[in-house]
Design a protein around this ligand. Structure first.
Ligand code: RNT
Ligand code: ZN
Length: 429
């Protein structure tokens, strides 16, 4: 059968399955058309660093450090900004919706010159900005406090050495300015997210000193007023990392207090808490005090905080909190994972499609009905419907959405990713 006929049959089947699913959902008071429209408006910030193992382009040869570890050596990693951009364009063609791209300062393009991290300007990101503009997508940004010789003894903004602190403070300021330039040029507010690796392997004698130095350093970074139309700032807590198992100055309590008192955003990373502690339940608490927050959606597995995002209960709980809590416009959803043991483009796509899928699942849940049962004190019906909702014909709605957005439905995206691997990635040696 010619390929085109096969495709038409597939589309017809997707459409038929969707019409039946739509009726089934409608019987529970769910308007799938409305859900699809809401979903199309949600833009996820997809991280640049899945494409090249958090390598960046500014400092070839410098070990990653900072407690970050990328395992695997699957061939085809992006070696240049051009390759990374091409790879991401491939990702975009396989993920439904219009999304953002999240850059790290270490992805600066130096044009043959050496520009230190405390000297960076938007000039080193002009190709990224022009590229994003040409695609009509937004950019987000991150200070890079790792993979650098000035991360001495695993510390940056908490260093005892005033010169080291000053270097990293200046980096922090520069990045906020770059964020503002990005936001201004693209006409879409940039989120600049700050995470530092600082911490100690073993029990410290002084927990107070590093925290007070961090507070001072942060105040110096955020002192300069930047128009929130162009750039908003966020800070990202962490419980522990490799080599920083016993103490992390930038803990959850530290940054929650900081974000609330300084009126900036807080980034919750799903892999930054105790292994059994989720971030979903934290969202409605944080948003009692902050107008807006950010997420690094990730998947923790034992010691690692950055496995490819899969459709876990935790991911669904996060999406439910955002959607059911009415927080779609107050949560900046970002992704944060890196896997070098499988096709990197496919890894990118799997995680991103799962994020979108989880949001759609939450959007088509019979939440009004569930809330009504709860209000009436009928917890039996609430639990029963929550469980039955899990096997509603969701796949048909998802496939239809993919079709609507012109990306492959179901599992068919993988053939495209494989074709890209064969024609592009496998030639990189
Ligand atoms: C590290 C943090 C941080 C990084 C990226 C590369 O534990 O999650 O967000 O993963 O900045
Ligand atoms: Zn993170």
């Amino acid at each position: 059968m010619p390929n085109r006929t096969l495709k038409t049959i597939k589309f017809r089947n997707i459409d038929r399955a969707y019409q039946l699913a739509k009726e089934r959902y409608a019987s529970l008071g769910v308007d799938t058309e409305k859900a699809l429209k809401q979903l199309a408006r949600i833009s996820i910030s997809i991280h640049c660093w899945q494409g090249d193992d958090v390598g960046g382009f500014e400092n070839a040869g410098q070990a990653l450090g900072g407690g970050l570890a990328v395992t695997g050596n699957y061939p085809g990693k992006a070696r240049t900004p051009y390759e990374l951009r091409a790879d991401f364009e491939q990702v975009m063609s396989l993920v439904p919706g219009r999304h953002r791209f999240n850059l790290h300062a270490s992805y600066a393009e130096m044009d043959g010159k050496k520009v230190e991290r405390d000297e960076l300007t938007a000039g080193q990101f002009k190709n990224w900005i022009a590229w994003a503009k040409s695609l009509g997508i937004g950019l987000d940004f991150n200070q890079t406090y790792f993979a650098h010789p000035k991360v001495v003894g695993g510390v940056t903004l908490t260093s005892r050495d005033a010169g080291t602190r000053q270097f990293w403070i200046e980096h922090g300021i520069r990045c906020r300015e770059i964020g503002a330039a990005i936001g201004k040029t693209l006409g879409k507010t940039c989120l600049t997210n700050l995470w530092i690796p600082d911490g100690t392997k073993d029990t410290p004698a002084d927990r107070r000193g590093p925290r007070e130095r961090l507070l001072e350093s942060l105040d110096a970074i955020f002192k300069k007023r930047i128009d929130r139309k162009y750039n908003v700032d966020s800070v990202e807590p962490k419980l522990f990392g490799i080599g920083a198992e016993s103490y992390t100055p930038g803990s959850h309590e530290f940054y929650l207090g900081y974000a609330v008192s300084r009126k900036i955003l807080l980034t919750l990373d799903a892999g930054h808490y105790h292994p059994t502690e989720g971030i979903a339940d934290k969202i409605s608490s944080v948003l009692c005090y902050l107008p807006e927050m950010a997420l690094h959606v990730s998947r923790g597995v034992r010691w690692d905080s950055d496995h490819v995002v899969t459709l876990t209960d935790e991911l669904q709980a996060i999406a439910q909190e955002i959607v059911w809590g009415g927080y779609i416009d107050r949560v900046r959803i970002g992704l944060d994972y890196f896997d070098a043991s499988i096709n990197r483009v496919a890894a990118w796509v799997i995680g991103a499609r799962n994020m979108v899928r989880a949001l759609l699942l939450a959007l088509v849940a019979p939440i009004e009905q569930l809330k009504q049962f709860e209000a009436e004190g009928d917890f039996t019906s609430r639990l029963a419907l929550m469980e039955d909702a899990k096997t509603l014909p969701f796949g048909a709605v998802w496939d239809y959405y993919c079709g609507q957005k012109g990306v492959p439905a179901g599992e068919t995206w993988l053939a495209e990713a494989k074709r890209y691997e064969e024609t592009v990635l496998s030639w990189r040696v």
